[in-house]
Write a protein that binds this ligand. Structure first.
Ligand code: SF4
Length: 291
């Protein structure tokens, strides 16, 4: 496959065939994110998409899972997405699931009927970045929506029949807003009650506007121990029903998993153990440890 790099996909799409039906991110303005900064957002037109699908189906005819990229591919017109789904299921006889990134603004720009149509045409799962439930933090990181709009977007996806996988980012409030971040994110995630919830931990690459704020002393990054304390507070307050929770992304200091709220106590116990360790308390701030 010919990709327009860099290419991103959620961890759970590791074995999926990735098809870039859009390039870049339709929002591309979050201050912590550098994923698509060097790309200008572009929606591929139908001739390009159909050619992409035809080529991919010749190369990988037994594909079972497909992930539509780049960021916020849900921004494509519903008509194009419907044609895309139809052609995918025609060309890949073993196809079981199609998933997609959906930004909150792009979800809200679709009607409930449009989302239901996408579900009926075989779209299975939408990935939504909640990031934080705090109004202040969403504004500070320029997410482009309020917590209320985020809740509306998440609930709208779920009501249409689609599965929803949401992500939140530990540490996004920094030292000043960590408690608000934990409590408000727990509240917003609970109101949405996604099928899947994943925690990432804030990491910043060169070029991220938030990194500039750190260098200017206007944002204080949490230490690993403080990040775990924040997650502990969030876990105490989240109220979910049969939500599959994962914190297994490479950005996380430790891996956590369980069904919420059913296995909340196990997760809290694990966090208590980490929080009690002096070696973890001594770990320094490391905002770009993956570089
Ligand atoms: S976090 Fe998501 S919505 Fe924000 S700029 Fe990055 S890819 Fe786009």
């Amino acid at each position: 496959m010919n990709y327009d790099y860099p290419l991103y996909r959620p961890p759970s799409e590791a074995y999926s065939l990735i098809l870039q039906v859009t390039i870049g991110c339709s929002h591309n303005a979050c201050t912590f994110c550098t994923m698509y900064k060097q790309k200008r957002f572009r929606q591929k037109d139908w001739p390009e998409i159909s050619e992409l699908i035809n080529t991919a189906s010749q190369e990988y005819p037994r594909t079972k899972r497909i992930f539509l990229a780049d960021g916020n591919a849900l921004a494509l017109p519903t008509e194009t997405l419907v044609k895309t789904l139809k052609l995918l299921y025609e060309n890949f006889p073993s196809l079981e699931r199609v998933s997609i990134y959906g930004g909150p603004k792009d979800i809200l720009s679709k009607t409930s009927a449009e989302l239901e149509t996408l579900y009926q045409e075989g779209l299975g799962l939408v990935y939504l970045g909640i990031e934080s439930g705090s109004e202040k933090i969403l504004k500070l990181v320029n997410k482009g929506v309020s917590p209320l709009e985020m809740i509306e977007a998440g609930q709208k996806v779920k009501k249409s029949g689609l599965q929803l996988s949401a992500t939140i980012i530990s540490g996004l409030g920094g030292k000043e807003l960590w408690e608000e971040h934990a409590l408000e994110t727990a509240r917003v995630a609970s109101e949405i009650n996604p099928h899947y919830l994943a925690s990432l931990t804030l990491l910043l690459e060169e070029g991220a506007p938030l990194l500039r704020k750190i260098k200017e002393g206007r944002f204080i990054f949490l230490t690993p121990w403080e990040t775990l304390r924040e997650l502990y507070l969030l876990m105490q307050h989240v109220n979910l029903d049969k939500c599959i929770y994962r914190a297994n992304h490479v950005s996380n200091y430790f891996s956590l998993a369980g069904v919420l709220n059913q296995e909340r106590n196990l997760i809290l116990q694990k966090l208590e153990y980490y929080l009690s360790r002096a070696d973890i308390k001594a770990l320094p701030v490391d905002y770009n440890r993956m570089l």
